[in-house]
Write a protein that binds this ligand. Structure first.
Ligand code: ATP
Length: 306
């Protein structure tokens, strides 16, 4: 599966970020080869976020000019709502999120936030407005407090502690021998997948962005951890415009709207119930995943109750 932000892409960025001494969550998620492509327009003003209304208007894009990936996407994401993007592998879900973060410029159409074309505002202001919870969180060989504070330059210890509470990881941290000063990462305490995700959520809470992109983890967390994290995510989505790139349908049922992408086009959109009634691609995917869940349960418990 293609990840929204690949660890290898991150390595180069992390290196440059450290070299420049810049603490900028946005640049950390930049892709190594995109800097030259995307430039601020001369005299570009900063983005002014009023409510966080996101619109894609006839968006066309291809990584390679000979192969169009997004083929005319129209999406209206009301301020404060949660939209889940689903669809077959390779449909263009992660690409859509990268476009909103302006990793790439479009070949047609435009994306606006509160009416401002994102290609006409400064990249810094755009990326300050958008928080990303990636699939895999890169932890620095530093303290857990530093790893959370990384969400925003100048975050105070109190803000870090509040964010840890919001991400439901404060109790875990307080129980560590050195609390927020405990070293984590390669040369420190190893965190589980779920704990790392909570650090990513806490980082995002420190940043406190009006717009969120959640790249749902494909890696298997046990179902209890997954349900707990899902509840935390739903809490931080409140009051923010949220785009969830979903690889499993079980986590998108609560979304205000589900957008089904297929081969770079919006195939259908609606609520979970509407899409099931429609009996189209979503209903088909739902039935298939339900079957897989059932098969998985049987495999896990072959002698289970009849
Ligand atoms: P998945 O569910 O598997 O993550 P997706 O719907 O998120 O898939 P994308 O990652 O958006 O799909 O990819 C859409 C298409 O663009 C795929 O055919 C992919 O091979 C291609 N693609 C993705 N990233 C790049 C890139 N950096 N350069 C060239 N092509 C790419």
């Amino acid at each position: 599966l293609t990840q929204l932000f690949r660890p290898l892409d991150l390595l180069g960025m992390v290196y440059r970020t450290i070299r420049q001494g810049v603490i900028d969550m946005g640049s950390m998620f930049d892709l190594i080869d995109t800097d030259a492509e995307v430039k601020d327009a001369p005299g570009a003003p900063p983005l002014q976020v009023a409510s966080g209304h996101v619109q894609f208007e006839n968006v066309r894009f291809g990584y390679d000019p000979s192969r169009e990936i997004l083929k005319g996407i129209d999406l209206d994401i009301p301020a404060g709502s949660t939209v889940a993007v689903v669809g077959p592998s390779g449909a263009g879900k992660s690409t859509l999120a990268r476009i909103l973060y302006r990793f790439y410029d479009l070949t047609g159409g435009r994306v606006t936030i509160d009416g401002q074309d994102i290609s006409r505002v400064t990249q810094d202001s755009l990326r300050a407005a958008i928080g990303i919870v990636p699939q895999d969180t890169v932890l620095f060989n530093d303290t857990i407090g530093y790893n959370i504070a990384y969400g925003r330059e100048g975050a105070t210890p109190e803000e870090v502690a509040n964010a840890a509470r919001g991400a439901a990881i404060a109790g875990f941290i307080q129980a560590l021998p050195d609390g927020f000063d405990t070293r984590v990462g390669e040369r420190g305490l190893k965190l589980s997948g779920g704990e790392k995700q909570r650090v990513a959520i806490a980082r995002t809470l420190v940043k406190n962005p009006p717009i969120l992109i959640l790249d749902e983890a494909t890696s298997a967390l046990d179902s209890r951890t997954e349900a707990d994290i899902q509840a935390t995510l739903e809490a931080i989505e409140r009051g923010r415009t949220t785009i969830v790139i979903a690889h499993r349908l079980s986590t998108v049922v609560h979304a205000d709207r589900i957008v089904v992408l297929d081969s770079g086009r919006v195939a259908e959109q609606g609520t979970h119930a509407e899409l099931l009634r429609r009996g189209g691609l979503y209903a088909e995917m739902w039935a298939r995943q339900a079957q897989e869940r059932e098969d998985g349960d049987e495999a896990a418990d072959p002698e289970g109750a009849q």
